[in-house]
Design a protein around this ligand. Structure first.
Ligand code: HEM
Ligand code: HEM
Length: 279
């Protein structure tokens, strides 16, 4: 990564930042700017953090929210499409490993006490901790359960499980994992912006990252507007009211529920409430 530094800031930055700011290939540029390269660890720290928090982890969230049912799937004839599940886990694991490697580089080389912008490192440690907590909360999500094929072919047996029964355990997981996930994404976005600033990143790099954020936000809004955020529970077990989770509201905002229209529930305010998933 090549940086442009203003001359009056160069001495301060070199002094305050120690090892990473060693000016490599420095050369005067028309007497008003100095061109220099960042130390390799900073380049890799920045690149890996951008891969983790601008690409992999937000993409994993987008898929978890909007692709519980895929475009050509005949839902609810075909249920429990695991596409989102495999993508979410693969992207989030890879993202957290990538973030950890990038943080390791920073921890090994940087010194928060000498940083010109300690808030970047402090927020960075919060992001590191919360990111790992997201993985831990994923591991602690409880059991699945649900109707399974019974021994007699078409017969089904219901297996109890935290998700199928929407136990307190599952509700706590959904509240903390969703809230924690969006919170850490927001903090990481701020920290990437601070990182680009502390490293005086080139305008085109900042511009490209900014454009990716805007594009991602627009895609999120469009998928939401298209109504593609289907309730996880219904994506897995369908809209039938015989399933206990369909009798309580979904966790989170903007989640679409489809209601089965039982014959007796075709009219009246109660029926409407049931249809909107408010019971
Ligand atoms: C969410 C993404 C990021 C996280 C979690 C993060 C985290 C950290 C941490 C924990 C430190 C070490 C603080 C210390 O021990 O002194 C650090 C330092 C640093 N990071 Fe990042 N970083 C992120 C993104 C970036 C980006 C995109 C850049 C751009 C190149 C960058 C540039 C730097 C620089 C130059 C330092 C050394 C100066 C300092 O400590 O303030 N970081 N970062
Ligand atoms: C072991 C790794 C992980 C597992 C097993 C896991 C599991 C899950 C599950 C089961 C859901 C669906 C919840 C539901 O809709 O009922 C989910 C959603 C979500 N996950 Fe993860 N997750 C993991 C890692 C992460 C990480 C590291 C993040 C950090 C960004 C994250 C952020 C989210 C978010 C924001 C949602 C909610 C999406 C929505 O609005 O529906 N997850 N995850």
């Amino acid at each position: 990564m090549v940086l442009m530094l203003e001359p009056d800031r160069r001495a301060d930055t070199d002094d305050a930042l120690g090892s990473w700011s060693r000016v490599a290939n420095a050369k005067e540029n028309r007497g008003c700017m100095v061109e220099h390269e960042l130390a390799p660890w900073v380049q890799w720290h920045g690149r890996l953090m951008v891969v983790a928090w601008v690409i992999l982890l937000p993409l994993g969230v987008l898929i978890a929210r909007f692709f519980k049912v895929t475009p050509h799937q005949q839902w609810p004839a075909t249920l429990d499409n695991k596409f989102w599940w495999h993508c979410h886990r693969a992207l989030q694991y890879t993202g957290i490993v990538t973030m950890t490697a990038a943080a390791g580089l920073a921890i090994a080389h940087a010194d928060i006490a000498r940083s010109p912008m300690p808030i970047h490192g402090l927020l960075g440690f919060a992001v590191l901790g919360l990111g790992w907590l997201q993985l831990v909360s994923g591991w602690l999500r409880g059991t699945k359960g649900g109707p399974q094929g019974g021994p007699g072919g078409s017969a089904t047996a219901v297996v109890r499980g935290d998700h199928y029964d929407m136990t307190r355990h599952r509700l706590v997981f959904e509240y903390t994992h969703k809230l924690g996930g969006y919170a850490v994404l927001l903090l990481a976005t701020v920290d990437v912006a601070l990182g680009l600033r502390v490293a005086h990143a080139l305008a085109w790099i900042t511009g490209l990252i900014g454009a990716t954020w805007l594009g991602g936000a627009a895609l999120f809004a469009w998928l939401q507007w298209k109504g593609l955020c289907l309730d996880t529970y219904q994506a897995i077990w369908g809209p039938g009211l015989e399933h206990p989770g369909n009798r309580i509201p979904p966790v989170g905002w903007g989640i679409r529920r489809v209601s089965e229209s039982p014959p007796a529930a075709s009219a009246g305010p109660d029926a409407n409430a049931a249809r909107q998933g408010k019971r």
